[in-house]
Ligand binder design. Structure first.
Ligand SMILES: Nc1nc2c(ncn2[C@@H]2O[C@H](COP(=O)(O)OP(=O)(O)OP(=O)(O)O)[C@@H](O)[C@H]2O)c(=O)[nH]1
Ligand SMILES: [Mg+2]
Length: 270
């Protein structure tokens, strides 16, 4: 029998919606599994995952046995992950609201972004707060590279600290660099094998939830991804992301690829 908190909670009817973003493979799903494992006895939780093509993350989390599988739902974005969590959040918002309605009341809904690069952040229209996840295996210098998630997510996690000796990363230095990039914003060195760090993560969630319920937490927008541009001369395929105001533009000048060996971006649906 899976654990499920039953006692009623006070405060706003709506759950705390907590986003988890970060580059591919940094441990977003594992972090969500850790939060569920640690807090499922005291909080009523739900999870939404985002994958471009599959429901892989949702299946992983269901098989982890940390939460009633029905409380874990997948959104297949069919587009760049950042599109579905920032530019047009409709699919995710509907999924969150369905989950909240079906399991009302929920305390926290965790939303995992599809793994992307350093630029993806959630819109405050979708989540109340967000965690940005880096890992030591991505290199000790990543925290210095900045970007909206690193600089301004509500919490920056430096994950998989147990691997630091194998990849020759100085965790204390990486955390110090991250704190510098964030001008003192919260940074947590985490490993699922380090119980103290897991306890600190759970405390951060509890504190945030208390602030949310008290109406003392204001969702922050970490800011848009930096404007950037992709061009593939050979394929004649042009793909640009810009943030003029709230607009997110993709200009695809896509010729007929039939017979070509172009293996650039997958088509983006908008
Ligand atoms: N050693 C170690 N490995 C970890 C830790 N957390 C996650 N991992 C491993 O890192 C790999 C990626 O973890 P995921 O949780 O799937 O990462 P993700 O960010 O959700 O990946 P995508 O959704 O594909 O972007 C898996 O092999 C995990 O077992 C940790 O604290 N320590
Ligand atoms: Mg994942």
């Amino acid at each position: 029998m899976l654990r499920q908190a039953q006692q009623p909670v006070e405060g706003p009817a709506r759950s705390l919606r907590l986003g988890v973003a970060g580059p591919v493979g940094t441990g977003k799903s594992s972090l969500i599994a850790t939060i569920c494992r640690t807090l499922a006895d005291e909080l009523r939780l739900g999870v939404i995952t985002n994958d471009i093509y599959t429901d892989e993350d949702a299946r992983f989390l269901r098989s982890a046995g940390v939460l009633d599988p029905e409380r874990i739902r997948a959104v297949e974005t069919g587009a760049c992950p950042h599109t579905a969590i920032r530019d047009d959040v409709t699919m995710n918002l509907l999924a969150v609201e369905d989950l909240e309605r079906d399991f009302s009341p929920l305390d926290v809904v965790l939303v995992e972004s599809g793994g992307d690069n350093l630029t993806a952040t959630f819109s405050p229209a979708l989540v109340d707060a967000q965690i940005f996840v880096l890992d030591v295996a991505g290199g000790g210098d990543v925290a210095r590279k900045g970007g909206p998630g690193i600089a301004r997510a509500d919490l920056l996690v430096v994950n998989k600290t147990d691997l630091a000796p194998y990849v020759e990363v100085d965790v204390a230095q990486m955390v110090a660099d991250a704190e510098h990039a964030r001008e003192g914003g919260a940074v947590l060195a985490l490993s699922r094998h380090d119980a103290d760090s897991v306890a600190r993560l759970a405390d951060w969630v509890r504190t945030l939830l208390a602030a949310h319920r008290a109406g003392e937490h204001a969702p922050q927008d970490p800011g848009p991804m930096a404007p950037h541009f992709h061009a593939d001369e050979n394929g004649g395929y042009v793909h640009s992301h810009g943030e003029a105001g709230a607009a997110h533009s993709h200009d695809h000048a896509e010729p007929d690829h039939a017979g070509s060996d172009h293996v650039g971006h997958a088509p983006h649906a908008h």
